[in-house]
Design a protein around this ligand. Structure first.
Ligand SMILES: *[C@@H]1O[C@H](CO)[C@@H](O)[C@H](O)[C@H]1NC(C)=O
Ligand SMILES: *[C@@H]1O[C@H](CO)[C@@H](O)[C@H](O)[C@H]1NC(C)=O
Ligand SMILES: *[C@@H]1O[C@H](CO)[C@@H](O)[C@H](O)[C@H]1NC(C)=O
Ligand SMILES: *[C@@H]1O[C@H](CO)[C@@H](O)[C@H](O)[C@H]1NC(C)=O
Ligand SMILES: [Zn+2]
Length: 323
């Protein structure tokens, strides 16, 4: 049989098709209507990259976590976009975060992230800058060492929550950390990449204020910059997803409560251990805040931003600069 087949192959395709040994089955019954050929694709988007690249230094499990996290970033950004498209500035959530600002700019950021080309953005796992050894480091933008690159440290796999857990673990938008979920943590990291941010998205809320208050205040005072504020884009996407998708019609916006910005870890023992070992918070402070633990917000580690730190209220800045 094998010899027969290879002999046929040697004869060449045209011989095989035309040969009397191979009549076209059912040929008599088929009426072929020949229409004008559709214009062939010009391949205008040849080489488009539809998923953010994950570096080969990420092993199978790390790759799976990051891929899922990025998929969830796409979900919250896509819902944020759809919410704006449907309700525009009549949405109360929109007004809360973007004030009287035009819808086109936030719409643009979310659309770029969901549907834009994703080349020249890289997530890597090799700790190439040697930062992951430091306590509390869950990852960092590479800054001048690689402006389009983000390093994720192993701590991320332990502390970031999946989107299925939206409004769980005591989280609510007003009091929770914006990096509590993979989805919003990776959104923040994407917004540091120049290709995504165009050098325009940045950190514009008043650093003297708690982050949530700063964001809400920016919407009222300076809506032009609210639309470009990384934290605003994260909060809005989280609150919309919670309200529209996770707990439909209800969400978990929460009411801001300065006391709940504690460093009390979520109840789960595994997370509690991570929180305790990374936050370096004086035990006494944690202890007093435990009494308010019913509404305790999840922990948030300090995040490096180029050459400086962003720390949640009450969490001391690391003594060494990030870069
Ligand atoms: C991937 O790396 C992590 C952290 O370095 C490790 O814990 C895990 O076992 C590795 N997974 C695989 C499949 O090698
Ligand atoms: C919403 O947008 C419309 C049209 O641009 C504008 O006239 C209106 O003032 C805006 N409303 C708010 C609350 O920003
Ligand atoms: C809005 O914020 C930007 C960036 O911080 C600042 O340059 C600008 O002056 C502010 N505009 C107003 C009206 O406060
Ligand atoms: C960039 O690389 C240098 C040299 O390896 C390192 O000291 C520095 O911390 C890195 N910067 C960042 C932001 O990681
Ligand atoms: Zn940032």
């Amino acid at each position: 049989m094998a010899a027969f087949v290879s002999a046929l192959l040697l004869l060449g395709a045209s011989t095989v098709v035309a040969g009397p040994l191979f009549p076209r089955q059912g040929a008599a019954a088929v009426t072929v209507t020949v229409t004008a050929a559709a214009p062939t694709s010009t391949a205008w988007d040849a080489g488009a990259v539809h998923d953010y690249p994950i570096h080969a230094s990420c092993n199978a499990t790390q790759h799976a976590y990051i891929k899922k996290g990025l998929d969830e970033t796409m979900l919250i950004c896509s819902q944020a976009r759809n919410h704006i498209l449907r309700w525009g500035n009549t949405s109360e959530i929109y007004q809360k975060y973007f004030g009287d600002g035009l819808v086109s700019e936030p719409l643009g950021w979310y659309t770029k992230i969901v549907d834009g080309d994703k080349s020249d953005v890289l997530f890597r796992c090799d700790d190439i800058d040697g930062n992951c050894e430091q306590p509390g480091w869950a990852g960092h933008w590479r800054g001048q060492n690689g402006t389009s690159e983000t390093v994720l440290c192993d701590l991320s796999y332990e502390i970031r929550k999946p989107l299925n857990g939206m409004c769980m673990f005591g989280y609510n938008v007003a009091n929770g950390a914006t990096n509590f979920y993979w989805a919003s943590d990776l959104l923040h990291r994407l917004l540091h990449i120049p290709k995504v941010s165009e050098g325009v998205v940045g950190h514009y809320n008043d650093e003297e204020m708690d982050k949530y208050l700063g964001v809400v205040s920016l919407a009222k005072m300076n809506s032009t910059y609210a639309a470009r504020n990384s934290d605003t884009l994260q909060y809005f996407a989280l609150e919309v997803y919670a309200h529209d998708v996770a707990v439909p019609g209800i969400g978990c916006a929460g009411t801001y409560n300065p006391l709940s910005f504690s460093t009390v870890a979520p109840a789960s023992s595994a997370s509690a251990v991570v929180g305790a070992s990374t936050m370096k918070t004086p035990a006494a402070a944690s202890a007093t805040l435990v009494t308010a633990a019913a509404s305790a917000a999840p922990t948030e580690a300090c995040e490096p931003h180029g050459n400086h730190w962003h720390c949640p209220p009450g969490v001391p800045e690391p003594t060494s600069p990030p870069a």
